[in-house]
Design a protein around this ligand. Structure first.
Ligand code: ZN
Length: 272
């Protein structure tokens, strides 16, 4: 899938550069950014975003890592202690989809829930990175919708199986480079279901912020350009409500983050 850069509502495809897709672009580091900037300055025709099919910012991440219970209020809402160690689970790339793509509600689950999340995207190989050095390794941010089949997630102590159904990892609407975000630990984040705001918080509630997660994860595994880390969700998820709210066909989900944008996905039944 072709990478593109978004400038003033216009998308310029990068197929003509040495960095035609997201992972090669991210792996290219500063050189890729400079080449893309030169390419744009050459006055090539860009396409209005409304005429472009946007895909996930990283359609094929090597890793799609998720953090659980990472908002103070959400941990309390879930009846869990505020953690001293990050809770880590994963999605696989079958879960990835982009803005506007349908969230497919599986016939085997009756408890599909929503979670609005801030995700960061790795821009440089990272191993044993200290939190203070995070800026050298994080390319930028996007919205992730951590769609969760609660009946599968909570059937055992391991959450992954409830988190990685096909289409359960929408991301987008685009990848915003870190220089455009003043402070990722102070962004409004919300979830809107059919026009009703059900989550509304701020990333200042994160227990483990982006630098802390980078240090922790890279102490275990080598992170590579294009790897995604979704940082967890604030309070207001469907299962914690009385009565609970679960996703149903026809619902329209919007994950919004200040400075990053809104990720909109409709829900459809697997049986449709
Ligand atoms: Zn989550």
């Amino acid at each position: 899938m072709e990478a593109g850069i978004l400038i003033n509502g216009q998308v310029l495809g990068l197929a003509g550069t040495g960095y035609p897709d997201a992972i090669s672009f991210l792996s290219g580091g500063d050189e890729a950014i400079q080449e893309a900037a030169r390419y744009a300055e050459d006055g090539r025709d860009a396409t209005p975003i409304a005429q472009v099919k946007m895909h996930a910012p990283v359609p094929n991440p090597g890793k799609f890592i998720c953090i659980g219970l990472n908002y103070r209020d959400h941990a309390i809402e879930s009846g869990m202690e505020i953690p001293e160690i990050p809770t880590v689970f994963t999605k696989y790339d079958n879960a990835v989809c982009g803005p506007g793509d349908p969230i497919i509600l599986p016939s085997v689950s009756e408890k599909v829930d929503y979670e609005a999340e801030l995700a960061f995207v790795i821009g440089k190989r990272a191993k044993n990175v200290k939190a203070a050095d995070w800026e050298d390794y994080v390319f930028g941010y996007t919205c992730v919708h951590d769609v969760s089949a609660r009946d599968y997630q909570l059937a055992t102590s391991q959450w992954t199986i409830g988190k990685t159904f096909d289409s359960f990892g929408p991301m987008g609407p685009s990848l915003v480079s870190k220089d455009e975000i003043h402070d990722a630990s102070n962004l409004r984040i919300w979830f809107d279901l059919n026009g009703q705001i059900l989550q509304d918080s701020n990333t200042d509630q994160l227990v483990f912020d982006v630098p802390a997660l980078l240090e922790y994860l890279s102490s275990v595994m080598t992170l590579q350009p294009g790897d995604i880390v979704s940082t967890g969700t604030p309070p207001g998820v469907g299962m914690a409500r009385k009565p609970p709210i679960f996703l149903k066909p026809g619902d329209v989900c919007t994950v919004g983050i200040e400075g990053i944008g809104e990720l909109v996905n409709p829900c459809v039944s697997e049986l449709e």
